[in-house]
Ligand binder design. Structure first.
Ligand SMILES: Nc1ncnc2c1ncn2[C@@H]1O[C@H](COP(=O)(O)OP(=O)(O)O)[C@@H](O)[C@H]1O
Ligand SMILES: [Mg+2]
Length: 258
């Protein structure tokens, strides 16, 4: 695969059935700080996979490795069957249009209205898209996140929960096949966290996306997950459904449920 020059990172390159993302034996350190130490995980089509890890456990590093923002030391990360490290710049850009990244801090453009934030990637990445299509997509996305009347509002005027919703809508507008969420509920009150978690579920259902949700929020994990992987000491320490993990006798796993 590495020798082919014309790989299009699409689902047709899937190796085994319904794997959209596979991470095999990945290592990543910063000096003496060994963050990922042989991590393995697989995200299947239409799955909501939660990676549960404490603060500083390497969750953001992991997500950045997946989209090629941080180089890994060893191991293999495949997205739609293609080795991320072997993609050319162009192929990486193409892959990124199919992999939506919802940043921990929303990363909205403060000087743009909500509508301009939502349109930004469409205008830049989708060739020859009509005004009317952009308008329709913006409306559809604002409808999805239950904020239909916010088009002309500036991000500074939005509450924390609304910013998360707009951040989500801005990623979803590209209709990605994979959604990567970095701490989608951090900094929100419990009620708003629950709303955002349910929204993640609704979006998965409506657009049939595959999602990797990276969090330390156990209630978000409970609501959103089909499967949970605990990221402890740089590895996929324990895996299972929420119910299975609640029954674990391992102290490191139990610590999440306290
Ligand atoms: N660019 C970087 N350079 C050096 N160390 C980093 C860098 N990014 C993250 N780290 C370190 O990697 C570890 C994991 O960070 P991170 O993935 O952000 O944790 P979290 O699980 O809270 O998202 C931390 O110890 C952090 O200091
Ligand atoms: Mg983080």
């Amino acid at each position: 695969m590495k020798t082919e020059s014309n790989i299009s990172p699409t689902t047709k390159n899937l190796e085994s059935g319904n794997e959209v993302l596979s991470i095999k034996n990945v290592f990543k350190s910063f000096g003496d700080n060994h963050v990922l130490s042989g991590l393995n995980l697989t995200l299947h089509k239409k799955e909501n996979l939660v990676v549960l890890g404490r603060s500083g456990s390497g969750k953001s590093v992991l997500i950045k490795c997946v989209i090629g923002l941080i180089p890994i030391e060893s191991g293999i990360i495949k997205v739609f069957g293609n080795d991320v490290t072997s993609l050319t710049r162009k192929q990486l850009d193409e892959m990124r249009t199919k992999v939506g990244f919802v940043f921990q801090g929303n990363a909205l453009y403060d000087s743009m209205t909500v509508k301009e934030n939502l349109e930004f990637a469409l205008k830049r990445l989708v060739k020859n898209i009509s005004r009317k299509n952009i308008e329709m997509l913006v409306d559809e996305m604002l409808e999805n996140v239950s904020l239909p009347l916010t088009k002309n509002i500036m991000p500074a005027e939005l509450s924390g929960g609304m910013k998360k919703r707009i951040g989500l809508a801005r990623t979803l507008i590209m209709k990605p096949e994979i959604m990567l969420y970095d701490e989608p509920t951090t900094g929100l009150d419990p009620v708003t966290s629950k709303e955002i978690s349910n929204l993640i579920l609704n979006i998965q259902d409506k657009y049939q996306t595959s999602s990797m949700i990276i969090t330390h929020d156990i209630s978000c994990a409970k609501i959103t997950s089909n499967k949970i992987i605990t990221l402890i000491n740089g590895i996929n320490y324990a895996e299972g459904s929420y119910e299975e993990l609640t029954r674990s006798e391992d102290p490191l796993v139990k610590a999440f449920f306290k």
